[in-house]
Design a protein around this ligand. Sequence first.
Ligand SMILES: [Zn+2]
Length: 235
Amino acid sequence: MLSSRTSQGFHSKTTPSAQRSSPIRRAELYLPGRKCHKRSCHSHPVHTRAPDNRLHGGRGRICRHTTQRASQQWKMVKFALQFKATLEHVTNLRPEGDDFRWFLKLKCGNCGEISDKWQYITLMDSVPLKGGRGSASMVQKCKLCSRENSIDILRDTITPYNADDSEKFKTMVQFECRGLEPVDFQPQAGFCAKGAESGTPFSEINLQEADWTDYDEKVNESVGIYEVTHKFIKC
Ligand SMILES: [Zn+2]
């Protein structure tokens, strides 16, 4: 009696029912509130946050049908990075050189995943896009939903921030994005500027601390960039 019960329990845990449930579990990848486009997808007509999302590393996942659909349909969107600061006796503040690093946090448009770490892109980077759609500064697969997204720096949109712009938001650069959007920016090293009246060049300006000061010896006055802030807008 005891041995037969043990044997039954053992079998029910490992054979048919478990084998049936494992492919379903793999297919049950979730996106909250989105309807799966595939008519044959009966297991998850409307996606909700996975009830067992601890099994998925603490995050919801995406139905692979939705992922395929989204990658086919994804459109290009431009986002402008608007910069604001208080300038003291300096003007023509701009990123210096093609190797300037734009440090960004990017959000996947498919599943909403935001990268933990700062990622940077430069004008020197160029990766071809699939299907002959040109190139981008960066192409990356979302860690969560595996969708391939891209972002490109639009070189011609890079605009200096001048003394006249002080304390006002002004677009400094635009990014062309497919499948993702920039949600945060961290200015670091690599900016340059010049004295507003003297024309004295200042390079290697680091704005990570949101304030920068120096001294213009040509005109014997202090120069500075203060209260650096930014926002993104959709173009
Ligand atoms: Zn994603």
